[in-house]
Design a protein around this ligand. Structure first.
Ligand SMILES: Nc1ncnc2c1ncn2[C@@H]1O[C@H](COP(=O)(O)OP(=O)(O)OP(=O)(O)O)[C@@H](O)[C@H]1O
Ligand SMILES: [Mg+2]
Length: 463
């Protein structure tokens, strides 16, 4: 028989204790409640709990210091038991400090029961994950069908597959980070496909592409007549994603006012359509992605810390292609075959010398850049074997020795220097044409301009 999960509730408010006891017992958890911090530690030692719900605002310690101390004590005694903090509305800062001290998640009072049960379920499921031994990594034969469009055998990628398998069935929000073109969107989609939500919608939102003044109407929808142009009701993205997954892409590009609005809906998945006073509650799994490093943005105050902790219960860092050397040839072969199928061309292969050449490149635009270059070369090469010269011709960058090569086993040149050189040479070869250069580099024009700014590169026209 499966043992019921045990939850320990620590709150000095009798009303809170009894309502949590009622809710959790009904959800088939075995509940113990304590009201004093002193009893709490004794209770933890006595019994084998699966999760702890800890109130951060005891009436005797208004500032929550005691709550933080208690949390640190629990983490010393039982580092593996997930702790969920209960904080008063408005004390999110305290919750963030709690998360830094090892809490798994937090809820604010008054909470939404469904949301709380979900957070509990997820935290318990994930704690099992953390406790589980590392186990064997997926090998090619064991690969799930959901991963079949994701090519690669590099150990870092296989580790990502393992994480996806473990977190996909939970409700945990996942933040996917990594450089442009590394495959973040593919990974988000694999998480959805491996989850129980796979038959429900997967709604992708490019947050970098929504102007701040349209954020609410796009995300939450509106009622006919809410504003002059609202000719009919409009269903927002959160509602469209109900029972499924919402993928918040480019979340690092979100403006501060929209960050606040997003945070609110992520707290309890409840919002109102513009022009409507009725609240709508949805059941949505949150996945986010960004190619920015959000931590320095938090330091600088351009990204909200509380929002970061809301979205990154699990973080998946996708390594750049140059750190997955082994996968370059595999991916190139795959893209050649894909291009042949798509354009119905006669068969072609990449020579071994070409594979070496491909592995020598730094790929600032990552897999997307590799895909573009391979596809273009396949289309422009008449023979049945693709040689390094064919790649050079197709990219229009000149002969192979003109290209930036990764100096083998040499640390004389940094990645930044290499990227800078690659950008300068490409722009030069393209006669200063930024659109063409960005296409060759496999990055967007905006990204190219940003990198040019970073490295102080000017085109002849600017000079
Ligand atoms: N491991 C992989 N196997 C096969 N194709 C891949 C892989 N990784 C990325 N790709 C392909 O490379 C392209 C870029 O991938 P994707 O859009 O997922 O990157 P991204 O990290 O979201 O980029 P950006 O930050 O620019 O949005 C897509 O065409 C995708 O199918
Ligand atoms: Mg993307």
């Amino acid at each position: 028989m499966v043992r019921s999960r045990r939850i320990l509730v620590c709150d000095d408010d009798q009303a809170v204790r009894s309502s949590l006891d009622f809710l959790l017992t009904k959800a088939r958890y075995k509940v113990s409640c304590v009201s004093q911090p002193e009893d709490f530690v004794r209770k933890i030692r006595e019994s084998d709990f699966d999760l702890i719900l800890l109130d951060m605002n005891f009436s005797l310690s208004i500032n929550g210091e005691e709550g933080i101390e208690l949390l640190q004590k629990i983490k010393l005694l039982e580092p593996e038991i997930p702790v969920i903090l209960i904080t008063a509305w408005g004390s999110v800062e305290l919750a963030v400090r709690g998360i830094k001290s090892g809490a798994t998640d937090f809820i604010t009072k008054p909470w939404n029961n469904i949301q709380l049960l979900k957070i509990i379920e997820t935290s318990i499921a994930l704690s099992g994950t953390i406790r589980a031994p590392a186990g064997n990594l997926v090998n090619k034969r064991g690969r799930l069908p959901e991963f079949q469009g994701i090519i690669g055998e590099d150990s870092k990628l296989l580790e990502i597959f393992e994480i996806i398998k473990r977190v996909a069935p939970t409700h945990a929000p996942v933040l996917i980070t990594g450089e442009s073109g590394t495959g973040k969107e593919l990974i988000a989609s694999a998480i959805h496909q491996c989850s129980t939500r796979k038959t429900s919608p997967f709604i992708k939102v490019n947050l970098g592409g929504i102007p701040a003044n349209l954020f609410e109407s796009e995300m939450f929808g509106y009622k006919k007549g809410a504003f002059t142009d609202a000719k009919s009701d409009y269903t927002g993205r959160f509602e469209k994603a109900h029972n499924g997954t919402i993928f918040l892409d480019e979340i690092g590009d979100l403006d501060p006012a929209s960050q606040v609005k997003l945070l609110r809906v992520l707290q309890d998945q409840t919002f109102e359509r513009l022009g409507d006073t009725n609240s709508i509650t949805v059941d949505v799994r949150i996945l986010s992605a960004t190619n920015h490093d959000l931590y320095p943005m938090v330091e600088k105050g351009t990204f909200r810390e509380d929002l970061l902790y809301r979205i990154n219960l699990i973080q998946i860092e996708v390594p750049p292609l140059r750190q997955r050397q082994k996968d370059i040839a595999l991916l190139a072969d795959y893209f050649v075959n894909e291009a042949i199928k798509t354009y119905m061309l006669p068969g072609k292969i990449i020579s071994d010398e070409s594979k070496e050449w491909l592995c020598d490149q730094s790929w600032p635009g990552n897999v997307r850049e590799l895909k573009n270059i391979v596809e273009r070369t396949v289309l422009l090469t008449a023979g049945d074997t693709i040689k390094p010269e064919d790649f050079c011709k197709a990219t229009g960058v000149g002969r192979s020795h003109d290209l930036v090569k990764l100096p083998k086993a040499s640390k004389a040149i940094t990645l930044n220097e290499m990227e800078r050189t690659m950008i300068i040479r490409t722009i030069k070869e393209c006669g200063g044409n930024i659109s063409k250069s960005s296409e060759i580099l496999g990055i967007s024009r905006a990204t190219l301009y940003r990198r040019m700014g970073k490295y102080g590169i000017q085109t002849e026209k600017d000079e």
